[in-house]
Design a protein around this ligand. Structure first.
Ligand code: 13P
Ligand code: SF4
Length: 327
């Protein structure tokens, strides 16, 4: 059954000259039919440059929105618009705007896991791949507001020795790893290399030998000669790790209880079936108000420029781009 769907997807993709982008947290069968698989930065970069008239992003909606904002003339579709993110939910526009207005001199450094509305009131977007480089490019005398992921913000603040005002959001998946059980696991497997995504709680990160984005963690497994790894991030990444290092033992970091909840419920809403539907029907499509998209493009393009080593300028203070009722 799934082989028939895969054949159909390949056929329609070729006929429409469509491009499929998939995040590492997708099921292996989705990663395997994608033209490009990567972390959130890589997907934004590939999506921005794509010449295909139709881009299908199998990941979560903020990733597809970022591609649409950076490449507005292309049609961007997703398997389901229900694939959200807890960080987006925990950073509603009105509250984020109020926070920004309370710190008008601050530079708002916003994680790409945010809505287009929040990006439009941010100065620069970051992913866990490029956040350190971007923060280091901000003048030292400017206060930094970092949101919506407080764990990533706290980790960066300590690593870079840079104070930051943190938004109190967190990823509902990465906070579920148990530091106590992880400690016990490291005692059982003292030779294992512990790798973790920076969205994990600091109590978990303290045991990690390597902390980084999904692509950084994959790279570690590919390059480190060790034979055993403990992985504190979403399970989808194991697909590429197993493919590139069939010789190593990959142990998933334990979560609280026995819920097996290191699966992102949003990423896993994408299936071969709804992916095929999206390609056939070119829907659901990512549609954004043009002025919102143009405004959100400013912070995303500043991220792209700094990542590429280009100089950028920073606004002197925050000015909302549209009328606001927030005092
Ligand atoms: P990456 O940028 O590392 O791919 O992370 C995205 C994400 O949503 C992690 O939960
Ligand atoms: Fe959002 Fe967490 Fe899922 Fe990543 S793993 S998309 S941060 S809910």
């Amino acid at each position: 059954m799934s082989s028939q769907i895969i054949e159909k997807i390949k056929d329609i993709k070729a006929k429409k000259n469509a491009c499929i982008l998939a995040h590492y947290y997708e099921e292996g069968e989705i990663q395997d039919i994608a033209d490009h698989v990567g972390d959130s930065l890589y997907l934004a970069q590939v999506g921005q440059k794509s010449e295909s008239p139709l881009i299908l992003l199998a990941g979560v909606v903020f990733m597809a929105e970022s591609v649409k904002i950076l490449n507005p003339n292309k049609k961007v579709v997703v398997p389901t618009l229900e694939a959200g993110c807890s960080l987006v939910k925990e950073s509603p526009y009105e509250a984020y705007l109020k926070w920004r207005l309370e710190h008008p001199q601050g530079i708002a450094v916003t994680y790409i896991n945010s809505s287009a509305e929040v990006k439009a009131i941010s100065d620069v977007i970051v992913t866990s791949s490029n956040a350190a480089k971007i923060i280091e490019s901000i003048p030292k005398d400017r206060p930094i507001l970092f949101g919506p992921d407080q764990n990533l913000g706290r980790y960066l603040s300590q690593k870079l020795n840079r104070p930051m005002i943190l938004w109190p959001g967190a990823c509902e998946v990465h906070v579920l790893f148990s530091s106590k059980k992880l400690f016990e696991l490291t005692q059982e497997h003292p030779e294992a290399v512990v790798i973790a995504h920076p969205e994990c709680d600091p109590s978990v990160l303290q045991y990690a030998h390597v902390i980084g984005s999904t692509s950084r963690l994959l790279e570690e497994v590919q390059k480190n000669p060790a034979k055993k790894f403990i992985i504190a991030t979403e399970t989808g990444i194991l697909h590429q790790m197993k493919k590139s290092r069939p010789d190593v033992e990959l142990i998933q970091a334990p979560t609280e209880g026995s819920c097996g909840c290191n699966n992102c419920p949003f990423m896993k809403l994408n299936t071969l079936e709804n992916l095929l539907y999206a390609l056939e029907n070119e829907a659901p499509e990512i549609k954004l108000q043009p002025n919102l998209a143009q405004q959100a493009a400013i912070s995303l393009e500043r991220m792209m420029a700094i990542t590429a080593g280009k100089p950028v300028s920073w606004p002197d203070h925050f000015q909302p781009w549209r009328e606001t009722s927030t005092p």
